[in-house]
Design a protein around this ligand. Structure first.
Ligand code: KIV
Ligand code: NA
Length: 276
């Protein structure tokens, strides 16, 4: 496997080849994704919910993101790594945003960053790109500001909202974003945006016509079931396997079946004799 380049993602769009992205937050998952043909890893701030147990993504800090990004990068040497900028790291000033995007690359080891938002972040995106950090945009349902959107619900359903979103996507492309995540929007709207843009769209809950797809790994493998959104497909139920393994271990320890002789160390008889 060879690490995909950012220009190659645009070529994939032009050739109609689908772009695959999943999240990873640690070294072992980085290694596993690296064994597959999946082009991109997102070290998403969704880690706040699925690995740190927060109610949402808002509390996630730059330090937490960098910590998880570093671990993931050590495992995934041949997969392009997108580091998600957490809430509060790019909303206060453009210079803050450029600084934190740079940290994600320099300290976290990410190849590029992602941030959420439409028109209000266009100039931020431009400044980060000019600073030398490639930016993936993210519009539609933006979890960091979900409460202002009225909760975790589909965006862009009426004509005015849909037109606004098309305009945002075009402005983000013009500002230099190399790709754009479309989250929880009607499939026909995602198709229109995908056709209007020259940069790839990566959908989550945005239908099959996007240039690529992304899922949260913990949703995809069934390792997080506090809630399962409509747009998630579970390809495995790892939670069940893990609980079964824990139960089998607990049972074998209780009954003395584990550890067996094959898991235990021996001593020479003459050494042992002296101890009695
Ligand atoms: O943090 C995340 O996992 C994301 C994806 C859902 C796009 O932003
Ligand atoms: Na995110």
């Amino acid at each position: 496997k060879q690490k995909v380049t950012i220009p190659a993602l645009k070529e994939m769009k032009e050739q109609g080849k689908k772009i695959r992205m999943v999240t990873a937050y640690d070294y072992p998952t980085g290694i596993l994704v690296d064994k597959t043909d999946i082009e991109l890893i997102l070290v998403g701030d969704s880690l706040g919910m699925v690995v740190l147990g927060y109610d949402g993504t808002v509390p996630v800090t730059m330090e937490e993101m960098i910590h998880h990004c570093k671990a993931t990068v050590r495992g995934a040497k041949n997969t392009l790594i997108v580091g998600d900028l957490p809430f509060g790291s790019y909303n206060m000033s453009i210079s803050d945003a450029v600084y934190n995007a740079t940290r994600m690359m320099k300290e976290g080891g990410a190849d590029c960053i992602k941030l959420e938002g439409g028109l209000p972040v266009v100039e931020t995106v431009r400044a980060i790109v000019n600073g030398g950090v490639p930016v993936m945009a993210h519009i539609g349902l933006t979890p960091q500001t979900a409460s202002a959107l009225g909760g975790f619900k589909v965006q862009g359903k009426d004509a005015a909202a849909a037109e606004r979103m098309i305009n945002e996507a075009l402005k983000l492309e013009e500002a230099g974003a190399f790709a754009i995540v479309l989250e929880a929007i009607p499939a026909p709207l995602a198709e229109i945006i995908t056709k209007k843009l020259t940069i790839p769209t990566i959908g989550i809950g945005a239908g099959v016509h996007c240039d690529g797809q992304v899922l949260v790994t913990h949703d995809l493998i069934g390792l997080f079931d506090r809630f399962v959104p409509k747009f998630v497909k579970q390809y495995a139920n790892i939670s069940q396997d893990i609980v079964a393994a824990f139960n089998a271990y607990a049972e074998e320890v209780a009954t003395g079946k584990f550890p067996g002789p094959e898991h235990s160390f021996t001593m020479k008889d003459d050494v042992l004799k002296r101890l009695y």
